[in-house]
Design a protein around this ligand. Sequence first.
Ligand code: F6P
Length: 514
Amino acid sequence: MTFPALTDLPEWKRFVLVAQACAPREDGLDLIEAPGLTLDSSGQRHSAELLAAGEALLAARQFSTQRARLFAGEPVNTTEHRAAWHTALRALRSPEGVLSERERMDAFVRKADAERRWRHIVHIGIGGSDWGVRLAVSAFGYAGTWREVRSVANIDGHAIEGGLAGLDPRHTLVVLVSKSFTTAETLQNGARAREWLQAAGLDPAAHMVAVTAKPERARAWGIPDEQIFHLWDWVGGRFSVWSAVSLTTALSVGADVLAGLRMGAAAMDEHFLHAPLSVNAPVRMALAGVVNRSILGHGSLNIAPYDSRLANLVPYVQQLDMESLGKSVDLAGRPVGVPTGPAVWGMPGTDAQHTFFQWMHQGSDGAPVDFIVCRQADHHWPTHHRQLLANCLAQREALMRGKTLDQARAECLAEGLDAAQADALAPHRVHPGGRANHLVVLPRLSPYSLGALLALYEHRVFTQGLIWGIDPFDQWGVEYGKVLARDIVGELQGDTAQPVHDVSTRHWITELKR
Ligand code: F6P
């Protein structure tokens, strides 16, 4: 394969030189109006020269061709020879089967609503079969919904125990979501739910539905055909929120929410496809992300949604970003040669301010931040929203502006300290500033805006993957641990611990055998 190594590209070398020479921006507004949101990149390194170098780098990576291949459903997931065609799930003209499956799901929801059926939904799925539902349900059902949703993902028995506790099995629907229908957590938790239904004298088949790309496995597991909703092999798990994976969302906060999410994402798709690169929100975020990670060496990215309804955006983006960009060899199997995807972490503000923002302001590393905030709230307490907005802007300003030793000392003197006291305290009050950030402003938390936001992140991830030359659509690292866990389960049950394990693992297999 003649895939050029990133570090051999003259366009990369130029991008690095220009980025290194580019000062953190404190002045100069850098706004992009994209569908459903405004992106403010004023807190990132930026100059006309850096943008030109970024555009040249993208051209060297055949950005337009590769983007077109993504949208055409070509096999952009090269290690698994598969498409990653999530955009087709929200496109106006979807491929065959997508609309009819959506109609089947909507009909199921309409019927359940008309019959006022299923007071409780137990959603069983993990990773991409879980986070999108948790995110949408907490974003739009934060004040409670008629149907109570319990999400169960973890293999830890406490998760399913808590997930079922107190529910009335007669009024419970179990939604089993697994693209592969082989995921141990989901099948084990599903089996416990099935036993729970049986113990109540109910027919599990009447209380369970499945969403999967492997209907034959769901059928063999005992789910009737008419209760199996289909996924496609060409949808990656972490990109599947646009599909029937979100059946629970539709049952809980309405099919309209899903339609809105898809519309917002489709609008962002159009923006990504057609906006010039200089005002293309996912592209600009990706270029900034590459500068922060590969050139400035920031090992992590903080997601700070100033909206408590978006708490689950953090793990959602975490999976999207880290499962996609947590690779260090390129498509030709060579080391990429520069650091790739950062660790993604975060928490809603203002909680985050009282938890780890100290580290962000004055720690030795700091991290780039994506601040996300809604212009308008949906509650009726303007004071709260004003304070939330103020906190978001203030934290961001402090991170960008910083505070010099002279300023800190003057501040101490103004507070009445004497010169010696001011000299002693001032160094502790210095803030380095210049911390990179984006601010994303949504008009309000509508399904349209959230859909656009999620697609913004998807395309940002795709573009970074392309620059680094990695496959953002596979996840071989997850597989390795899964295989080892299968062996260890057998060994904990009584099989002899294999000599292949290290000494400590062997010790604990023996010690924890049950
Ligand atoms: O974590 C690995 C992974 O394969 C994810 O990519 C996926 O979202 C999750 O497991 C669940 O997979 P499935 O939907 O096949 O159960």
